[in-house]
Design a protein around this ligand. Structure first.
Ligand SMILES: Cc1ncc(COP(=O)(O)OP(=O)(O)O)c(N)n1
Ligand SMILES: Cc1ncsc1CCOP(=O)(O)O
Ligand SMILES: [Mg+2]
Length: 496
Protein backbone atom coordinates (compact mmCIF):
# COMPACT_ATOMS: atom_id res chain seq x y z
CA UNK A 1 0.00 0.00 0.00
CA UNK A 2 1.32 3.48 -0.79
CA UNK A 3 1.87 6.08 1.92
CA UNK A 4 -0.92 8.23 0.50
CA UNK A 5 -3.41 5.36 0.48
CA UNK A 6 -2.69 4.39 4.07
CA UNK A 7 -3.62 7.86 5.34
CA UNK A 8 -7.01 7.68 3.65
CA UNK A 9 -9.93 5.64 4.99
CA UNK A 10 -10.72 2.72 2.71
CA UNK A 11 -14.07 2.45 0.95
CA UNK A 12 -15.11 -0.41 -1.29
CA UNK A 13 -17.25 0.24 -4.34
CA UNK A 14 -19.01 -2.98 -5.35
CA UNK A 15 -20.44 -1.97 -8.71
CA UNK A 16 -20.33 -2.39 -12.50
CA UNK A 17 -17.81 -0.85 -14.87
CA UNK A 18 -19.03 1.82 -17.33
CA UNK A 19 -16.69 1.83 -20.33
CA UNK A 20 -17.96 5.34 -21.15
CA UNK A 21 -16.34 6.59 -17.95
CA UNK A 22 -19.47 8.42 -16.78
CA UNK A 23 -21.25 6.33 -14.16
CA UNK A 24 -20.63 3.03 -12.35
CA UNK A 25 -17.35 2.16 -10.72
CA UNK A 26 -15.61 4.96 -12.64
CA UNK A 27 -17.85 7.59 -11.01
CA UNK A 28 -17.49 5.88 -7.63
CA UNK A 29 -13.68 5.92 -7.69
CA UNK A 30 -13.57 9.54 -8.86
CA UNK A 31 -15.84 10.53 -5.98
CA UNK A 32 -14.08 8.46 -3.34
CA UNK A 33 -10.70 9.85 -4.35
CA UNK A 34 -12.02 13.41 -4.52
CA UNK A 35 -13.40 13.15 -0.98
CA UNK A 36 -10.15 11.97 0.56
CA UNK A 37 -10.81 8.25 0.81
CA UNK A 38 -9.06 5.34 -0.90
CA UNK A 39 -11.53 3.57 -3.19
CA UNK A 40 -11.18 -0.16 -3.84
CA UNK A 41 -13.25 -1.66 -6.64
CA UNK A 42 -15.14 -4.93 -6.76
CA UNK A 43 -16.47 -5.12 -10.31
CA UNK A 44 -19.73 -7.02 -10.56
CA UNK A 45 -20.20 -6.66 -14.32
CA UNK A 46 -18.42 -5.21 -17.34
CA UNK A 47 -20.61 -3.04 -19.49
CA UNK A 48 -19.83 -1.81 -22.99
CA UNK A 49 -21.52 1.58 -23.14
CA UNK A 50 -21.23 5.14 -24.30
CA UNK A 51 -23.41 8.21 -23.92
CA UNK A 52 -26.11 6.62 -26.11
CA UNK A 53 -26.69 3.48 -24.04
CA UNK A 54 -25.42 0.05 -23.04
CA UNK A 55 -24.38 -2.25 -25.88
CA UNK A 56 -23.24 -5.30 -23.89
CA UNK A 57 -23.15 -6.57 -20.31
CA UNK A 58 -20.89 -9.31 -19.04
CA UNK A 59 -21.55 -10.26 -15.39
CA UNK A 60 -18.35 -11.09 -13.52
CA UNK A 61 -17.92 -14.85 -12.96
CA UNK A 62 -18.74 -16.07 -9.47
CA UNK A 63 -15.11 -17.18 -9.00
CA UNK A 64 -13.75 -13.81 -9.94
CA UNK A 65 -16.25 -11.89 -7.82
CA UNK A 66 -15.38 -14.03 -4.79
CA UNK A 67 -11.67 -13.62 -5.51
CA UNK A 68 -11.94 -9.82 -5.66
CA UNK A 69 -13.74 -9.74 -2.31
CA UNK A 70 -11.27 -12.19 -0.78
CA UNK A 71 -8.26 -10.21 -1.97
CA UNK A 72 -9.61 -6.99 -0.47
CA UNK A 73 -10.72 -8.66 2.78
CA UNK A 74 -7.19 -9.94 3.26
CA UNK A 75 -5.47 -6.56 3.54
CA UNK A 76 -7.73 -3.65 2.57
CA UNK A 77 -10.64 -3.83 5.03
CA UNK A 78 -13.21 -1.08 4.43
CA UNK A 79 -14.52 1.63 6.73
CA UNK A 80 -17.61 1.76 4.49
CA UNK A 81 -19.01 0.01 1.44
CA UNK A 82 -20.94 1.39 -1.50
CA UNK A 83 -22.90 -1.27 -3.36
CA UNK A 84 -24.87 -0.97 -6.58
CA UNK A 85 -25.36 -3.30 -9.61
CA UNK A 86 -25.93 -6.93 -8.55
CA UNK A 87 -26.33 -8.59 -11.95
CA UNK A 88 -27.58 -12.07 -10.96
CA UNK A 89 -28.57 -14.27 -8.03
CA UNK A 90 -25.11 -15.84 -7.75
CA UNK A 91 -23.61 -12.40 -7.23
CA UNK A 92 -26.37 -11.60 -4.73
CA UNK A 93 -25.51 -14.65 -2.67
CA UNK A 94 -21.74 -13.93 -2.70
CA UNK A 95 -22.25 -10.29 -1.75
CA UNK A 96 -24.74 -11.16 0.98
CA UNK A 97 -22.27 -13.59 2.59
CA UNK A 98 -19.54 -10.96 2.41
CA UNK A 99 -21.71 -8.26 4.02
CA UNK A 100 -22.87 -10.64 6.75
CA UNK A 101 -19.24 -11.31 7.63
CA UNK A 102 -17.87 -7.82 7.03
CA UNK A 103 -20.05 -5.73 9.32
CA UNK A 104 -19.01 -2.38 7.77
CA UNK A 105 -21.47 0.43 7.04
CA UNK A 106 -23.07 -0.37 3.66
CA UNK A 107 -24.96 2.03 1.42
CA UNK A 108 -26.82 0.24 -1.36
CA UNK A 109 -27.92 2.14 -4.47
CA UNK A 110 -30.34 -0.44 -5.90
CA UNK A 111 -29.68 0.23 -9.57
CA UNK A 112 -32.07 -1.76 -11.73
CA UNK A 113 -31.54 -0.11 -15.09
CA UNK A 114 -29.24 2.56 -16.52
CA UNK A 115 -30.32 6.18 -17.12
CA UNK A 116 -30.64 5.24 -20.80
CA UNK A 117 -33.20 2.55 -19.82
CA UNK A 118 -31.16 -0.64 -20.26
CA UNK A 119 -31.77 -3.37 -17.64
CA UNK A 120 -28.67 -4.06 -15.54
CA UNK A 121 -30.15 -6.55 -13.12
CA UNK A 122 -32.30 -9.61 -13.84
CA UNK A 123 -35.84 -9.88 -12.45
CA UNK A 124 -34.99 -12.84 -10.20
CA UNK A 125 -32.47 -10.70 -8.31
CA UNK A 126 -35.06 -8.03 -7.67
CA UNK A 127 -37.40 -10.57 -6.04
CA UNK A 128 -34.58 -11.85 -3.83
CA UNK A 129 -33.19 -8.47 -2.76
CA UNK A 130 -34.93 -8.49 0.65
CA UNK A 131 -32.43 -11.22 1.73
CA UNK A 132 -29.79 -8.54 1.56
CA UNK A 133 -31.66 -5.86 3.50
CA UNK A 134 -30.61 -6.85 7.03
CA UNK A 135 -27.03 -5.97 6.03
CA UNK A 136 -27.92 -2.63 4.44
CA UNK A 137 -27.44 0.48 6.56
CA UNK A 138 -28.86 2.81 3.93
CA UNK A 139 -30.85 2.09 0.78
CA UNK A 140 -30.92 4.92 -1.82
CA UNK A 141 -33.58 4.15 -4.45
CA UNK A 142 -34.83 6.71 -6.95
CA UNK A 143 -38.59 7.04 -7.37
CA UNK A 144 -38.94 4.19 -9.89
CA UNK A 145 -36.77 1.88 -7.82
CA UNK A 146 -38.64 2.78 -4.62
CA UNK A 147 -41.97 2.01 -6.32
CA UNK A 148 -40.69 -1.27 -7.72
CA UNK A 149 -39.08 -2.45 -4.47
CA UNK A 150 -41.85 -1.35 -2.10
CA UNK A 151 -44.85 -2.07 -4.33
CA UNK A 152 -46.20 1.42 -3.64
CA UNK A 153 -47.40 3.46 -6.62
CA UNK A 154 -45.75 6.81 -5.79
CA UNK A 155 -47.60 9.97 -6.80
CA UNK A 156 -47.52 12.25 -3.76
CA UNK A 157 -45.34 13.01 -0.75
CA UNK A 158 -47.45 10.68 1.40
CA UNK A 159 -46.77 7.81 -1.02
CA UNK A 160 -43.05 8.44 -0.65
CA UNK A 161 -43.34 8.11 3.12
CA UNK A 162 -45.42 4.98 2.73
CA UNK A 163 -42.83 3.42 0.39
CA UNK A 164 -40.08 4.25 2.88
CA UNK A 165 -42.04 2.61 5.70
CA UNK A 166 -42.48 -0.54 3.61
CA UNK A 167 -38.76 -0.73 2.83
CA UNK A 168 -37.85 -0.22 6.48
CA UNK A 169 -40.32 -2.96 7.43
CA UNK A 170 -38.45 -5.28 5.03
CA UNK A 171 -35.30 -4.83 7.11
CA UNK A 172 -33.09 -2.01 5.78
CA UNK A 173 -31.94 0.27 8.61
CA UNK A 174 -32.49 3.51 6.73
CA UNK A 175 -33.77 4.67 3.37
CA UNK A 176 -33.22 7.77 1.25
CA UNK A 177 -35.79 8.04 -1.56
CA UNK A 178 -34.35 10.38 -4.20
CA UNK A 179 -36.49 12.89 -6.05
CA UNK A 180 -39.27 11.89 -3.73
CA UNK A 181 -41.54 14.82 -4.35
CA UNK A 182 -40.89 17.51 -6.86
CA UNK A 183 -42.28 20.37 -8.88
CA UNK A 184 -40.69 22.69 -11.43
CA UNK A 185 -38.74 24.70 -8.90
CA UNK A 186 -37.48 22.19 -6.35
CA UNK A 187 -36.51 18.56 -5.99
CA UNK A 188 -36.85 16.68 -2.75
CA UNK A 189 -35.35 13.56 -1.21
CA UNK A 190 -36.95 11.81 1.74
CA UNK A 191 -34.88 10.15 4.47
CA UNK A 192 -36.22 7.83 7.12
CA UNK A 193 -34.57 5.48 9.57
CA UNK A 194 -35.86 2.92 11.94
CA UNK A 195 -34.28 3.26 15.37
CA UNK A 196 -34.73 -0.40 16.32
CA UNK A 197 -38.30 0.06 17.41
CA UNK A 198 -37.41 2.01 20.57
CA UNK A 199 -38.55 5.47 19.58
CA UNK A 200 -40.15 4.73 16.24
CA UNK A 201 -38.96 6.15 12.97
CA UNK A 202 -37.25 9.43 12.34
CA UNK A 203 -37.50 11.16 9.03
CA UNK A 204 -36.82 14.41 7.20
CA UNK A 205 -36.93 15.93 3.73
CA UNK A 206 -33.91 17.34 1.89
CA UNK A 207 -34.91 20.03 -0.61
CA UNK A 208 -32.81 21.62 -3.35
CA UNK A 209 -33.55 24.12 -6.06
CA UNK A 210 -33.90 22.22 -9.32
CA UNK A 211 -30.89 22.65 -11.61
CA UNK A 212 -31.43 22.60 -15.35
CA UNK A 213 -27.93 21.29 -16.23
CA UNK A 214 -28.40 18.30 -18.62
CA UNK A 215 -24.91 16.97 -17.77
CA UNK A 216 -26.27 14.91 -14.95
CA UNK A 217 -24.95 11.39 -15.56
CA UNK A 218 -23.85 9.55 -12.42
CA UNK A 219 -25.88 11.49 -9.84
CA UNK A 220 -26.98 8.28 -8.07
CA UNK A 221 -23.50 6.69 -8.13
CA UNK A 222 -21.92 9.94 -6.96
CA UNK A 223 -24.42 10.43 -4.14
CA UNK A 224 -24.07 6.93 -2.69
CA UNK A 225 -20.26 6.98 -3.01
CA UNK A 226 -20.12 10.40 -1.37
CA UNK A 227 -22.27 9.17 1.52
CA UNK A 228 -19.91 6.19 1.96
CA UNK A 229 -16.89 8.53 1.81
CA UNK A 230 -18.25 10.90 4.47
CA UNK A 231 -19.22 7.95 6.70
CA UNK A 232 -15.70 6.53 6.28
CA UNK A 233 -14.34 9.94 7.33
CA UNK A 234 -16.26 9.55 10.58
CA UNK A 235 -19.35 11.66 9.91
CA UNK A 236 -22.66 10.53 11.44
CA UNK A 237 -25.22 9.42 8.84
CA UNK A 238 -27.40 12.57 8.93
CA UNK A 239 -24.35 14.78 8.36
CA UNK A 240 -23.04 12.47 5.62
CA UNK A 241 -26.42 12.80 3.84
CA UNK A 242 -26.36 16.59 3.98
CA UNK A 243 -22.73 16.78 2.78
CA UNK A 244 -23.26 14.21 0.01
CA UNK A 245 -26.38 16.03 -1.17
CA UNK A 246 -24.41 19.29 -1.39
CA UNK A 247 -21.56 17.46 -3.15
CA UNK A 248 -23.97 16.28 -5.86
CA UNK A 249 -25.53 19.74 -6.23
CA UNK A 250 -22.07 21.27 -6.54
CA UNK A 251 -21.12 18.59 -9.09
CA UNK A 252 -24.25 19.33 -11.08
CA UNK A 253 -23.68 23.08 -10.96
CA UNK A 254 -20.15 22.64 -12.30
CA UNK A 255 -20.84 19.75 -14.71
CA UNK A 256 -19.70 20.17 -18.31
CA UNK A 257 -20.72 18.34 -21.45
CA UNK A 258 -18.32 15.85 -23.03
CA UNK A 259 -16.45 17.59 -25.81
CA UNK A 260 -17.42 19.97 -28.58
CA UNK A 261 -20.47 18.09 -29.86
CA UNK A 262 -22.24 18.59 -26.54
CA UNK A 263 -22.55 14.95 -25.54
CA UNK A 264 -24.24 14.70 -22.18
CA UNK A 265 -21.61 14.82 -19.48
CA UNK A 266 -21.18 13.62 -15.94
CA UNK A 267 -21.12 15.44 -12.60
CA UNK A 268 -18.01 17.40 -11.67
CA UNK A 269 -15.99 16.13 -8.71
CA UNK A 270 -15.11 19.41 -7.02
CA UNK A 271 -14.14 18.53 -3.45
CA UNK A 272 -15.84 19.06 -0.11
CA UNK A 273 -18.74 21.47 -0.73
CA UNK A 274 -18.23 25.02 0.53
CA UNK A 275 -21.01 26.95 -1.22
CA UNK A 276 -24.11 27.45 0.90
CA UNK A 277 -26.49 27.42 -2.09
CA UNK A 278 -25.50 23.81 -2.80
CA UNK A 279 -26.75 22.64 0.60
CA UNK A 280 -30.28 21.27 1.05
CA UNK A 281 -33.04 22.74 3.13
CA UNK A 282 -33.96 20.25 5.86
CA UNK A 283 -37.56 19.99 7.00
CA UNK A 284 -39.91 17.66 8.83
CA UNK A 285 -42.54 17.91 6.11
CA UNK A 286 -42.27 18.31 2.34
CA UNK A 287 -44.12 21.64 2.54
CA UNK A 288 -42.03 23.37 5.24
CA UNK A 289 -39.48 24.90 2.86
CA UNK A 290 -38.73 28.32 1.37
CA UNK A 291 -39.88 29.96 4.61
CA UNK A 292 -39.90 33.72 5.22
CA UNK A 293 -36.78 35.07 6.92
CA UNK A 294 -36.39 36.29 10.50
CA UNK A 295 -35.36 39.93 10.92
CA UNK A 296 -31.76 40.48 9.85
CA UNK A 297 -29.21 41.77 12.33
CA UNK A 298 -27.73 45.11 11.32
CA UNK A 299 -24.29 43.51 10.87
CA UNK A 300 -22.80 40.14 9.89
CA UNK A 301 -20.25 40.68 12.68
CA UNK A 302 -21.97 40.53 16.06
CA UNK A 303 -18.69 40.95 17.96
CA UNK A 304 -18.10 39.90 21.55
CA UNK A 305 -21.22 38.12 22.83
CA UNK A 306 -21.32 37.59 26.61
CA UNK A 307 -23.88 35.04 27.82
CA UNK A 308 -24.81 35.85 31.43
CA UNK A 309 -27.29 34.73 34.08
CA UNK A 310 -28.33 37.90 35.91
CA UNK A 311 -29.47 41.48 35.53
CA UNK A 312 -26.40 42.48 37.55
CA UNK A 313 -24.09 41.12 34.87
CA UNK A 314 -26.07 42.88 32.15
CA UNK A 315 -25.73 46.11 34.11
CA UNK A 316 -21.98 45.62 34.51
CA UNK A 317 -21.25 44.73 30.86
CA UNK A 318 -23.54 46.97 28.82
CA UNK A 319 -21.85 50.22 29.94
CA UNK A 320 -18.54 48.77 28.65
CA UNK A 321 -19.90 48.97 25.11
CA UNK A 322 -20.95 45.34 24.63
CA UNK A 323 -23.39 45.34 21.70
CA UNK A 324 -24.55 41.70 21.65
CA UNK A 325 -25.49 39.97 24.88
CA UNK A 326 -27.71 37.15 26.18
CA UNK A 327 -29.67 36.58 29.35
CA UNK A 328 -29.50 32.82 30.02
CA UNK A 329 -31.36 31.95 33.21
CA UNK A 330 -32.45 28.51 34.29
CA UNK A 331 -34.60 27.31 37.23
CA UNK A 332 -36.59 30.46 37.99
CA UNK A 333 -40.29 30.81 38.75
CA UNK A 334 -42.61 32.22 36.10
CA UNK A 335 -42.98 35.47 38.04
CA UNK A 336 -39.19 35.86 38.40
CA UNK A 337 -38.67 35.11 34.72
CA UNK A 338 -41.24 37.68 33.67
CA UNK A 339 -39.50 40.36 35.71
CA UNK A 340 -36.01 39.35 34.50
CA UNK A 341 -36.92 39.34 30.80
CA UNK A 342 -38.76 42.66 31.14
CA UNK A 343 -35.73 44.31 32.79
CA UNK A 344 -33.27 42.75 30.34
CA UNK A 345 -35.30 43.99 27.37
CA UNK A 346 -35.37 47.52 28.83
CA UNK A 347 -31.62 47.46 29.39
CA UNK A 348 -31.05 46.28 25.82
CA UNK A 349 -33.08 49.18 24.44
CA UNK A 350 -31.41 51.71 26.78
CA UNK A 351 -27.93 50.66 25.67
CA UNK A 352 -28.87 50.13 22.05
CA UNK A 353 -27.62 46.55 22.35
CA UNK A 354 -28.82 43.31 20.73
CA UNK A 355 -30.36 41.68 23.80
CA UNK A 356 -31.10 37.99 23.27
CA UNK A 357 -33.20 35.96 25.73
CA UNK A 358 -32.32 32.28 26.01
CA UNK A 359 -35.21 29.76 25.93
CA UNK A 360 -38.11 32.04 27.04
CA UNK A 361 -39.43 33.08 23.66
CA UNK A 362 -42.97 33.92 24.87
CA UNK A 363 -41.57 36.42 27.36
CA UNK A 364 -39.18 37.81 24.76
CA UNK A 365 -42.17 38.52 22.51
CA UNK A 366 -44.20 39.93 25.41
CA UNK A 367 -41.44 42.34 26.51
CA UNK A 368 -40.26 43.19 23.00
CA UNK A 369 -36.72 41.93 23.45
CA UNK A 370 -34.39 42.30 20.47
CA UNK A 371 -34.12 38.53 20.09
CA UNK A 372 -34.36 34.98 21.39
CA UNK A 373 -31.76 32.23 21.36
CA UNK A 374 -33.03 28.67 20.99
CA UNK A 375 -31.48 25.20 20.90
CA UNK A 376 -32.16 22.43 18.39
CA UNK A 377 -34.66 20.68 20.65
CA UNK A 378 -36.65 23.94 20.88
CA UNK A 379 -37.23 23.81 17.11
CA UNK A 380 -39.82 21.08 17.69
CA UNK A 381 -41.77 22.99 20.34
CA UNK A 382 -41.37 26.77 19.95
CA UNK A 383 -43.80 28.75 17.80
CA UNK A 384 -41.23 30.10 15.36
CA UNK A 385 -43.86 31.81 13.21
CA UNK A 386 -45.04 33.78 16.27
CA UNK A 387 -41.46 34.88 17.04
CA UNK A 388 -40.94 35.94 13.42
CA UNK A 389 -44.26 37.76 13.18
CA UNK A 390 -43.46 39.66 16.38
CA UNK A 391 -40.32 41.00 14.65
CA UNK A 392 -38.08 39.33 17.26
CA UNK A 393 -34.63 38.23 16.04
CA UNK A 394 -33.76 34.53 16.32
CA UNK A 395 -30.44 32.84 17.06
CA UNK A 396 -30.10 29.04 16.86
CA UNK A 397 -27.56 26.63 18.33
CA UNK A 398 -25.93 24.11 15.96
CA UNK A 399 -23.44 21.28 16.45
CA UNK A 400 -23.28 19.56 13.05
CA UNK A 401 -23.88 19.90 9.31
CA UNK A 402 -27.36 18.39 9.67
CA UNK A 403 -28.19 20.80 12.49
CA UNK A 404 -27.01 23.95 10.73
CA UNK A 405 -28.67 22.95 7.46
CA UNK A 406 -31.90 22.38 9.40
CA UNK A 407 -31.49 25.63 11.35
CA UNK A 408 -30.67 27.60 8.17
CA UNK A 409 -33.95 26.39 6.63
CA UNK A 410 -35.74 28.65 9.13
CA UNK A 411 -33.62 31.61 7.93
CA UNK A 412 -32.70 32.75 11.46
CA UNK A 413 -31.00 36.04 12.33
CA UNK A 414 -27.77 34.25 13.34
CA UNK A 415 -26.34 30.77 13.86
CA UNK A 416 -24.25 29.71 16.85
CA UNK A 417 -21.63 27.00 16.38
CA UNK A 418 -20.34 25.07 19.35
CA UNK A 419 -19.17 23.93 21.72
CA UNK A 420 -15.84 24.48 20.03
CA UNK A 421 -13.80 23.36 23.06
CA UNK A 422 -14.72 21.41 26.21
CA UNK A 423 -16.30 23.60 28.87
CA UNK A 424 -17.39 23.22 32.49
CA UNK A 425 -20.36 25.55 31.96
CA UNK A 426 -22.63 22.87 30.51
CA UNK A 427 -22.60 19.35 29.08
CA UNK A 428 -21.83 19.80 25.42
CA UNK A 429 -21.02 18.16 22.09
CA UNK A 430 -17.52 19.21 20.99
CA UNK A 431 -17.35 20.56 17.46
CA UNK A 432 -13.63 21.43 17.29
CA UNK A 433 -11.82 24.12 15.33
CA UNK A 434 -11.50 22.14 12.08
CA UNK A 435 -15.28 21.98 11.71
CA UNK A 436 -15.61 25.63 12.75
CA UNK A 437 -13.22 26.73 10.00
CA UNK A 438 -14.99 24.58 7.39
CA UNK A 439 -18.49 25.66 8.38
CA UNK A 440 -17.61 29.36 8.49
CA UNK A 441 -16.54 29.04 4.84
CA UNK A 442 -20.00 27.71 3.95
CA UNK A 443 -22.18 29.89 6.15
CA UNK A 444 -20.52 33.25 6.73
CA UNK A 445 -21.80 35.03 3.63
CA UNK A 446 -25.40 34.19 4.47
CA UNK A 447 -25.61 34.47 8.26
CA UNK A 448 -23.97 36.24 11.17
CA UNK A 449 -22.17 33.45 13.04
CA UNK A 450 -20.99 33.16 16.60
CA UNK A 451 -18.67 30.52 18.06
CA UNK A 452 -19.23 29.34 21.65
CA UNK A 453 -17.86 26.90 24.19
CA UNK A 454 -14.60 26.92 26.12
CA UNK A 455 -13.30 30.03 24.38
CA UNK A 456 -10.73 32.01 26.37
CA UNK A 457 -8.08 34.59 25.69
CA UNK A 458 -5.43 31.86 25.16
CA UNK A 459 -7.34 30.00 22.43
CA UNK A 460 -9.12 32.97 20.84
CA UNK A 461 -6.80 33.19 17.83
CA UNK A 462 -7.77 29.64 16.77
CA UNK A 463 -11.35 30.93 16.61
CA UNK A 464 -10.73 34.30 14.98
CA UNK A 465 -8.60 32.78 12.21
CA UNK A 466 -11.77 31.04 10.95
CA UNK A 467 -13.20 34.46 10.04
CA UNK A 468 -16.17 34.10 12.42
CA UNK A 469 -17.61 37.54 13.22
CA UNK A 470 -18.61 36.90 16.83
CA UNK A 471 -17.47 34.96 19.88
CA UNK A 472 -19.83 34.03 22.71
CA UNK A 473 -18.37 33.47 26.19
CA UNK A 474 -19.54 32.81 29.71
CA UNK A 475 -16.66 32.15 32.07
CA UNK A 476 -13.98 34.03 30.10
CA UNK A 477 -15.77 37.07 31.53
CA UNK A 478 -17.76 35.91 34.57
CA UNK A 479 -14.84 33.97 36.12
CA UNK A 480 -12.16 36.50 35.16
CA UNK A 481 -10.19 38.13 37.97
CA UNK A 482 -10.90 41.49 36.40
CA UNK A 483 -14.04 41.30 34.25
CA UNK A 484 -13.61 44.85 32.90
CA UNK A 485 -10.12 44.12 31.63
CA UNK A 486 -11.21 40.72 30.25
CA UNK A 487 -14.21 42.24 28.43
CA UNK A 488 -12.22 45.11 26.97
CA UNK A 489 -9.42 42.82 25.81
CA UNK A 490 -11.85 40.34 24.20
CA UNK A 491 -13.82 43.15 22.56
CA UNK A 492 -10.68 44.73 21.15
CA UNK A 493 -9.43 41.44 19.70
CA UNK A 494 -12.77 40.27 18.32
CA UNK A 495 -14.03 43.58 17.00
CA UNK A 496 -10.69 45.31 16.42
C1 LIG B 1 -24.74 32.15 21.58
C2 LIG B 1 -25.24 30.88 22.16
N1 LIG B 1 -24.95 29.73 21.55
C3 LIG B 1 -25.40 28.57 22.05
C4 LIG B 1 -26.14 28.55 23.20
C5 LIG B 1 -26.73 27.28 23.72
O1 LIG B 1 -28.11 27.40 23.66
P1 LIG B 1 -29.07 26.13 23.87
O2 LIG B 1 -28.68 25.12 22.86
O3 LIG B 1 -30.45 26.63 23.88
O4 LIG B 1 -28.65 25.61 25.30
P2 LIG B 1 -28.87 26.37 26.66
O5 LIG B 1 -28.08 27.64 26.60
O6 LIG B 1 -30.33 26.63 26.81
O7 LIG B 1 -28.32 25.44 27.68
C6 LIG B 1 -26.41 29.76 23.81
N2 LIG B 1 -27.14 29.84 24.94
N3 LIG B 1 -25.95 30.91 23.27
C1 LIG C 1 -24.26 27.80 26.85
C2 LIG C 1 -23.30 27.05 26.04
N1 LIG C 1 -23.68 26.45 24.90
C3 LIG C 1 -22.70 25.80 24.28
S1 LIG C 1 -21.27 25.89 25.13
C4 LIG C 1 -21.99 26.85 26.33
C5 LIG C 1 -21.26 27.35 27.51
C6 LIG C 1 -20.15 28.28 27.18
O1 LIG C 1 -19.55 28.65 28.37
P1 LIG C 1 -17.99 28.96 28.46
O2 LIG C 1 -17.74 30.18 27.65
O3 LIG C 1 -17.77 29.20 29.95
O4 LIG C 1 -17.26 27.76 27.99
MG1 LIG D 1 -31.75 27.11 25.42
Amino acid sequence: MTKQASSRPIVWAIAASDSGGCAGIQADLRTLNDLGTHGCSVITALTAQNTQGIQHIQPTSADNLSAQLKALSADLPPKAIKLSVIPNTEALSIIKDQLAWQNSFCVYDPVISSTSGNALVNAEVIDQLPQLYPYIDLLTPNLDEASRLSGVNIKHADDVKHAAEKLLAQGVKAVLIKGGHSDDEICQDFFSYSSSGTDGQHSFWLTNHKQANPNSRATGCTLSSAIAAFIAQGKPLQDALVLANAYVQQGLRLALSLGDDNKVGTLANAGTPETFADFPQISDTAEAVNLPAFPRCDSLNLGLYPVVDSIEWLEKLLPLGVKTIQLRVKNKTDAELDELVKRASELGHQHNARMFINDHWQLAIKHKAYGVHLGQEDLDSADLAAIREAGVHLGLSTHSEYEWARAATFKPSYLAIGAIFPTDTKEVIIVGTENLHQWVKVLSKGFPLTAIGGIKSHNLDQILSSGVGSVAVVTAITAAEDYVKATEELMARIEG
